[in-house]
Design a protein around this ligand. Sequence first.
Ligand code: LMG
Ligand code: NDP
Ligand code: PMR
Length: 387
Amino acid sequence: MALQAALLPSTLSSVPKKGSLGAAVKDTAFLSVPQKKLQAASLSVRTQVATTAPVATPGSSTAAKDGKKTVREGVVVITGASSGLGLAAAKALAETGKWHVVMACRDFLKAAKAAKGAGMADGSYTIMHLDLASLDSVRQFVDNFRRAGMPLDSLVCNAAIYRPTARTPTFTADGYEMSVGVNHLGHFLLARLLLDDLQRSDYPSRRLIILGSITGNTNTLAGNIPPKAGLGDLRGLAGGLRSQNGSAMIDGSESFDGAKAYKDSKICNMLSMQELHRRYHEDTGVTFASLYPGCIATTGLFREHIPLFRLLFPPFQKFITKGFVSEAESGKRLAQVVSDPSLTKSGVYWSWNKDSASFENQLSQEASDPEKARKLWEISEKLVGLA
Ligand code: LMG
Ligand code: NDP
Ligand code: PMR
């Protein structure tokens, strides 16, 4: 991690100055990073990652020569863009030429390889280090992002881990159970901090998107496959999700279940999106959304599942449940939630039907319980040091 963090400024320094953007870049804050440090670091990764500052200063974007308003290139931050859905969405957005993608990833070199492997054009993305298993890293990411001088027009909280067979918990740097720590708490802090940046953006439609899932919703068949999600009265979370003198499970149960911890974290994601909507949509105009992109049975999410599962799960979803979607298709769906002008409604949990048309889906009772959302918000604020 230290190596990746050290490499970070180099991506900023190796910006190819394309066309008029180059001049704009000079005015932005990010060149205020000490030059010596930049030069030293840039040598090592210049060939791996090329980045470009996508826009001039915020607010300078809409005047065109013919008097018509044109929308400037947007900037979207996607967490966990080094594989699966995040990578596919990063590619889909970058390919439109309308978005510069900030890939917020824990493994810098893996992300660089993934972007190249996916054929993403140099200059269409920037990789920045973010390890959601550390609240310090989240804060550092926010600092680094701000120092880079880019506006923030859309944030996608996509990264996740799933530990389906784990019977004992592992913990984040801050001592919280890993699945909820990464999938919910890390993103909760990130979203809260970057909300200011979204608010400052002059982009026509600013969005904050948090991935949900069908398996966290008990109003579906998939949500009824054991172990079922359920936050109970949040006593385990309130106790700090630690094993000693408490529980690593949100509902306070004594035994740890990695599959349930993941599904619980997805309820947290969906509740957080709605609480953000209630607290901030009206005042900020930011659109808050969640989604179930379909069952992307081939991603790295299942890397820790037993081999038999990994073998049978894709054909099972393809031919039996018909819930399967390819990574490319799921990437298009997420890209739609980021940028489609028709998906501006806030507080919505999006899903897609058999014809790949988006619709507003219903969340389970628990995943839409405002009282639980408020309680979750208050406890999470304490755990991440915001209250
Ligand atoms: C559990 O294990 C862990 O134990 C638990 O701790 C937790 O981690 C949990 O939620 C996570 O996972 C996972 C899994 C092991 O256990 C189960 O899911 C139990 C159910 C398995 C029973 C399968 C019954 C299937 C019923 C579907 C209907 C079948 C009809 C078959 C007809 C065939 C038609 C040609 O399970 C596994 O490892 C494998 C589970 C994978 C999904 C089940 C796949 C079953 C069918 C296989 C079909 C293959 C597709 C062929 C497609 C041909 C199409 C023409
Ligand atoms: P992948 O495992 O392919 O991608 C997850 C990403 O999260 C990876 O880039 C991974 O990084 C990153 N990540 C994991 N831990 C951390 C961390 N501590 N800090 C920063 N990044 C981290 O899974 P998917 O693409 O399938 O999942 C993406 C999202 O989609 C998740 O939110 C998941 O819940 C959701 N989802 C997935 C479904 C599916 O069927 N696959 C269905 C419904 C929702 P690295 O590459 O370094 O491992
Ligand atoms: Mg599930 C009816 C359709 C359906 C859908 C859309 C999913 C999605 N699943 C469905 C049905 C079933 N699944 C059935 C009938 C079974 C029993 C065989 C089943 C089993 C199953 C397992 C063991 N399914 C799983 C697992 C996992 O380990 C995955 C999981 O729970 O991850 C948390 C999973 C999933 N099924 C899905 C989706 C989208 C997942 C994984 C991803 C997620 O929610 O993020």
